[in-house]
Design a binder for this molecule. Structure first.
Ligand SMILES: [Zn+2]
Length: 62
């Protein structure tokens, strides 16, 4: 699920994010901001982000 807020009608809510449908489900405007909540991301994805930072640090040590 992704949070969204529409800049046209002010609608806020949650829905299943679909990259092919960026428009507001209420008014159809494309002036919509999406926000993925990190708490809702899969653990594998969070670990990948954390590991990316770690690898960067290890590179500096070398
Ligand atoms: Zn809207």
């Amino acid at each position: 699920m992704a949070r969204f807020r529409c800049g046209a009608c002010g609608r806020e809510g949650e829905f299943a994010y679909d990259p092919q449908h960026h428009e507001c489900p209420r008014c159809g405007s494309f002036d919509v901001v999406f926000a993925l909540n990190i708490d809702e991301l899969p653990d594998e994805f969070v670990q990948m982000l954390l590991q990316a930072e770690t690898l960067d640090g290890e590179k500096n040590e070398d």
